[in-house]
Design a protein around this ligand. Sequence first.
Ligand code: SF4
Length: 363
Amino acid sequence: MQTATLFDLPAIQTVPDAPAAAAPAKSKRKKRTVHVSVPLTPSTTVPDEMIRDADWVVISSSGGKDSQAMLSYVVQRARALGMLDKVVVVHADLGRVEWAGTRELAERQARLAGVRRFEVVQASGADLLERVEIRYGKLKAKAQQEALERGEDPATAKVPPAWPSSSARWCTPDAKRGPIRTLYTRLVAELSHLGRPVRILECIGQRAAESTARAQLAEVEINRGASNGKRIVTTWRPIHAWSDRKVWREIARSRLPYHPAYDWGNRRLSCVFCVLGCNSDLVNGARRVPELAAEYARTEVVVGADFKKGLSMREIIRRAEALEAAEGPAARPPAGTAMAEHIGRARTSRYRARQAALYGLAA
Ligand code: SF4
């Protein structure tokens, strides 16, 4: 693939934070400058060449199934190239809002895969629920100010929802992307002796099959927002084209343990109550972590808006309680249930048996 060289580029390029459709003249958003050394396109999209070319290969792991399939796939390639030493696994710890044991599982997966360096990053200050309240305070102040300017009673000002949503997904940059960039800064400092921008290959487990928005993402691209004069960050989505079945097959091949929440019926991991999660995942979460659901419901009252458009946490809790009343406590299907649905019982039994032999996990 042809790439612009460093010398083809203009002195400073400016990229707007807002989408191209927004009118730049009226936009109040800050403009971000991108350093001259940041290329427009990657010099290669060939996986082994990208790994060879990188100073660091940073695998972003939520501990979920896509992350772990990507982890084992990338590690396998790096090992074959004799370059496992440059691989770092990073987990963005979301604190109380994520499934219990996720951070520990992400670390275990990395260690078992043979990665020596595992890093945990965390947003400083407030967690997601606290940020919702902080955001609400800011949105309310803004709405009241605007009402005053229009000569209206500020008490009647309509405050937009403070919760993240698919169209205002501020939770990901706040909780994951920003903290992970602090790791990039440290990794760059470790290689300052190179005397050139450090090349970071960031590996992300996003798949086209997850959503229309993710289907639009490139498999390989320069992350211009994360790049600067000291580092060139290339984003690689190694499993972008993979199906669910292929993900589960890779997990079976890798023999790495996966989170039991999948066996309990969840489709996604990370936050127990993800704004993008399907309703059954949310109800499942409310059955298994009711105290966290209650905290979300309390936050709904504080910010005067439902957790999800058209679906409040109160309603999610009501549905969870109705199921508990009808069925009793949520069942814990045996380990391997989720995998067996995708790749069959025979393969799953072999995976479980190998896990038992290798790691002493119950088969
Ligand atoms: S898991 Fe969902 S709610 Fe949590 S940070 Fe990611 S997108 Fe936001």
